[in-house]
Ligand binder design. Structure first.
Ligand code: SAM
Ligand code: SF4
Length: 322
């Protein structure tokens, strides 16, 4: 379905939880966030009903996210059911990778089409500082290696001042492994209010210095806003997501559903359509479809990360479903 600005909305991010086994500094406060009561979380059947209604409006690609989606029991079965819905073309997962290795066989059997693994540094001590937990970057790297052998895999790193030295080592993963490595500008949401953040443009200059034959990839790759680049000695591509500085809103194709059932047209604004009252109030499929259409039509022309005073979304990324 087209939104009010003529953009075709084909992609829905489904958050299954706001809980997480990490506390990344740019995403979650140290003390965590008050846990959502179990009853407030959408049940998997409810998420599947939303997905079915979304498919009827032309949304055929889904990303399962969180919080950390793999901490919620039953996530793999949910992915299997989601992928089996008629009309669903693609289901991918965004994860920090820590719980992935023992679930990989089941996830492949469930029909998962790809995995994004978040990894901001290869340095174990820095990983622990950034995530405020005792897990290591090596654990995540192990998940990346296992996953890359089985499924299309992307490594996502947020650009942070303290990890500037990691830009090239992380990018070299795309040389050693068949993975895309993408760098995303840190967005001023939740716990991240102020401070300079490295830009994607500056990162690209450094990537070009390391790979002088780096060229933009012109054919479409992925569902999102990343600009991809390739060089002859890379197995995967390098990607940049200039979420803040560039503004890719004119190509935005997505909605997000929080784990409590708020269907959000844009990351930056708290506005959205509450689906839980419909799901639990006996609404039929037509009413659900109407509510999703309403959220699509509410999509603003652009985000407002450049004018922070206009940001009305105060939840942290794990609650929004980043
Ligand atoms: N826990 C999973 C993970 O880390 O991949 C899924 C949820 S996490 C919220 C999804 C993505 O959002 C991660 O890649 C994370 O790095 C990113 N993220 C979180 N806070 C962000 C921020 N303030 N700016 C940019 N990206 C952010
Ligand atoms: Fe958890 Fe992902 Fe947020 Fe890190 S970025 S705290 S792994 S939800």
């Amino acid at each position: 379905m087209l939104d009010a600005f003529g953009r075709e909305i084909r992609y829905l991010r489904l958050s299954v939880t706001d809980r997480c086994n990490l506390r990344c500094r740019y995403c979650m406060p140290d003390e965590g966030v008050p846990p959502t009561a179990h009853d407030d979380l959408l049940r998997y059947e409810e998420l599947l009903r939303v997905a079915k209604a979304a498919v009827s409006l032309g949304i055929d690609r889904f990303k399962v996210t969180g919080g950390e989606p793999l901490v919620r029991r039953g996530c793999v079965d949910f992915i299997r059911h989601l992928k089996a819905l008629p009309g669903v073309r693609q289901v991918t997962l965004t994860t920090n990778g820590l719980l992935l290795p023992p679930l990989l066989d089941e996830l492949c059997a469930a029909g998962l089409d790809g995995v994004n693994i978040s990894l901001d540094t290869l340095d174990n001590a820095q990983y622990q500082r950034l995530t405020r937990r005792a897990h290591t970057a090596d654990e995540v790297l192990c998940a990346v290696r296992l996953c890359a052998a089985r499924l299309p895999t992307k490594v996502n790193a947020v650009l942070l001042p303290e990890t500037a030295g990691q830009l090239i080592p992380l990018s070299e993963l795309a040389q050693a492994l068949p993975v895309d490595v993408r760098f995303i500008e840190r967005m001023p949401l939740g716990t991240v209010q102020t401070g300079q953040t490295p830009t994607a443009a500056a990162a690209l200059d450094r990537l070009r210095a390391r790979w002088p034959r780096l060229k933009p990839v012109t054919e479409p790759r992925g569902n999102g806003p990343a600009r991809y680049f390739h060089a002859p000695d890379l197995q995967g591509c390098l990607g940049l997501i200039d979420a803040v500085s560039h503004g890719f809103c004119d190509r935005c194709n997505r909605l997000r559903l929080t784990c409590t059932g708020l269907l959000k047209p844009c990351l930056c604004y708290e506005q959205g359509v509450e689906l839980k009252p419909l799901l639990r109030g006996g609404a039929d499929d037509a009413a659900l479809q109407k509510a999703i259409r309403e959220a699509i039509l509410q999509k603003p022309a652009a985000h407002c990360f450049a004018q922070r005073k206009n940001i009305t979304e105060h939840k942290s990324m794990n609650q929004i479903g980043g």
